[in-house]
Structures are given as C-alpha cells and as structure tokens.
Design a protein around this ligand. Structure first.
Ligand SMILES: NC(=O)c1ccc[n+]([C@@H]2O[C@H](COP(=O)([O-])OP(=O)(O)OC[C@H]3O[C@@H](n4cnc5c(N)ncnc54)[C@H](OP(=O)(O)O)[C@@H]3O)[C@@H](O)[C@H]2O)c1
Length: 301
C-alpha cells in the first residue's frame, strides 16, 4: 500500500509567496501554518483583525521566523476584495492563491453587494479575487490557484433562474450550489489557461469531513453531527488535500484532491475524481459569464 501523504511531504517553500483566504481558523489556518513552517511568505486574507493577529501569533509559536502578513479581506464586499487585491499586487510576486474561506448553511443573508451569502462569499468573491490577481500569478512560473470545494458539490445544481435566491432559499442546496461553483470555476479556469498557453495551474480540492468552525450556523442540528466527529479529520488533516494540491510537483491543471480514506471522508490526501455531472463545458461557460457580469471582473488571459 502506498504511504499516506503527510505534512512532512510538503516540499520547502522558501522564496514563495502565498495568499490564503480565511486563514485565521480551520483548514485555512492549518494550511497557512504548514506553508509558513516550510518557509513561504504567507499573506493571510481575513476579515477580522484580532482573529488574524491571534492566528499569526499561534503560527509564530510553532515557527518563530514565520514570514506573515495580514491582508484585510471581507468576501461579502467586492470593494474589500479589490482593496485586498491591490495590497497583494503591491507585493509584486505571488506563487499561490488559495481560495479557502467559506460559509455553510447560514440563514438567508445578502452580501454588501446584494448577493446570496454562500454564493457571494464561496464563489463570487473568490472569482473576483482570482481575476484581479491573475496578472501577478501569470508572471510567476509554476504558479497555482487552489480552490477549496466540498463533497457537497455532488448533487449540487446552479440555479441560474434564481442566482440570488430571491424566490426560494434552501440553506443546504445553496451551500451545494456554491461548492459546485468552486469546481466549475476551477475547470473553466483550467481550460481557459490551457487555451491561452499559460503555465498557471487551476486545481480544486476538498477536505472531506473536518472538525472546524464551519458548523457554526447549524444550530441544534449540530448535535446530529456529533457522532461523526469521532471519525472526522482534524483541521490539520483536513488541510492535507489543500497542501497537496498546492505543492505536489506531480499535480496538473484541472486536478482535484481529497482525503484518501473511505468515501473521501477523512485521512491523508490523494487525487480524486470530479463528479461527471460537473464536466460540462457549457455549464462552466454559463457560470463564468454570469460571474463576470455580477462582479464586473473580466479575466485577461
Ligand atoms: N470542515 C469541513 O468539514 C469542510 C468540508 C467541506 C468543505 N469545507 C470547506 O473548507 C473551507 C474552509 O472551511 P473550514 O472548515 O476551515 O471552516 P471555518 O473553520 O469556519 O473557517 C472558515 C474561514 O472562512 C472565513 N470567512 C467566512 N466568511 C468570510 C468572509 N465574508 N470574508 C473573509 N473570510 C471569511 C472565516 O473567517 P471568520 O473566522 O472571520 O468567520 C474562516 O477564516 C470552506 O471553503 C469550506 O466550505 C470544509
């Protein structure tokens, strides 16, 4: 049996600059921690200053020389996305963008720009961020965009007739839709980069089931998930598919990584299959056009 992938297999990251959204807790935090321990300069895209600073202090406890910077980023606001992008562009160098931040099953809420929260934060904010950082990423040989999806993308559907849930809102269906959008975005981006003969790779991943703060909106339903916590990944284990997608020298554009254990629910990381229902270029293009129109961000390949 092949050895299980682990943190120690992440290659040295000296000289690399990484921007991770939602890096103050959960999977984003552990991804930031490992990449900083391996020598990368890590820019933490977080909306809350005290939480970002606490995360940086926790990373420095493990890696006193960690090279870290907080970039204020609230994905509910396209203005905030633009301002964060400008700060990252000013770095003049970016090897890796990790679109990790996410929200799951909140009560119906709109972003500052009027988008349904899960679609707005999980997909549209990251779409805009990636488009604005593309010029910098394209300059860097071997650069990657890694987007964190979920097992929940399976069975998801993009409700093109009601993108902002004006007419009906199901918390779980909207989460599934946003996570399917992460996959469709990665496949579309990968295809467009390949057509433009651009070296940049677009890769997706998912952390299986990981014990993080993601369930904060579950309310009393949280108790139903308690038995699962016994077999769930820790947040550090949940970060392994992201770390592998971000650094495995054998990864190619359009790949998808997830846990290696039964049902991709937990343990380690390996390349996994994308739901065939997501392999539909006409669907990628429809979502792409809608996302450009909604965010006003046009990608220049
Ligand atoms: N945990 C799982 O089992 C699981 C399974 C499948 C997929 N995922 C995916 O994994 C990713 C990370 O989730 P997690 O489990 O680590 O959850 P988490 O512990 O709740 O962390 C989510 C992160 O996203 C940030 N975030 C939320 N809304 C934001 C906004 N408007 N602007 C900027 N940042 C925002 C949070 O910041 P605050 O702390 O300020 O709220 C936090 O840093 C998500 O994309 C999630 O969909 C997780």
């Amino acid at each position: 049996m092949a050895a299980q992938y682990q943190e120690s297999q992440v290659p040295p990251q000296d000289g690399k600059t990484v921007f991770i959204t939602g890096a103050n807790t959960g999977i984003g935090f552990d991804t930031a921690r490992v990449l900083a321990e391996k020598g990368a300069r890590v820019l933490l895209g977080c909306r809350d200053g005290p939480r970002a600073k606490a995360a940086m202090a926790a990373i420095r406890q493990r890696a006193p020389k960690a090279n870290l910077k907080w970039i204020e980023l609230d994905l509910t606001s396209l203005a905030s996305v633009q301002s964060a992008s400008e700060q990252v562009l000013a770095e003049g160098h970016l090897d890796l963008l990790i679109n990790n931040a996410g929200v799951m099953v909140p009560p119906k809420t709109l972003t500052q720009d009027g988008f349904e929260l899960q679609f707005g934060v999980n997909h549209l904010g990251h779409f805009a961020l990636t488009g604005q950082l593309l010029p910098l990423l394209k300059q860097q040989p071997g650069a990657r965009v890694v987007t964190v999806s979920s097992l929940a993308h399976r069975g998801g559907k993009i409700d093109f007739d009601d993108l902002q849930a004006d007419h009906r809102y199901s918390r779980m269906k909207r989460y599934q839709m946003s996570k399917l959008a992460n996959i469709l975005f990665t496949l579309a981006l990968s295809e467009k980069l390949t057509q433009a003969q651009c070296d940049l790779k677009a890769i997706a991943c998912h952390p299986g089931g990981s014990n993080t703060e993601l369930g904060r909106h579950l309310g009393p339903l949280k108790f139903l998930f308690l038995p699962l916590e016994l077999i769930m990944n820790s947040s550090a284990e949940g970060a392994l598919p992201t770390l592998r997608a971000a650094t495995d020298p054998d990864a190619t554009t359009g790949d998808y990584y997830g846990p290696a254990g039964w049902g991709e629910f937990a343990r380690s990381a390996k390349r996994v299959a994308i739901d065939p229902a997501a392999r539909k270029p006409e669907l990628w293009e429809r979502l792409w056009q809608a996302s450009e129109a909604l965010t006003g961000v046009n990608f220049r390949f």
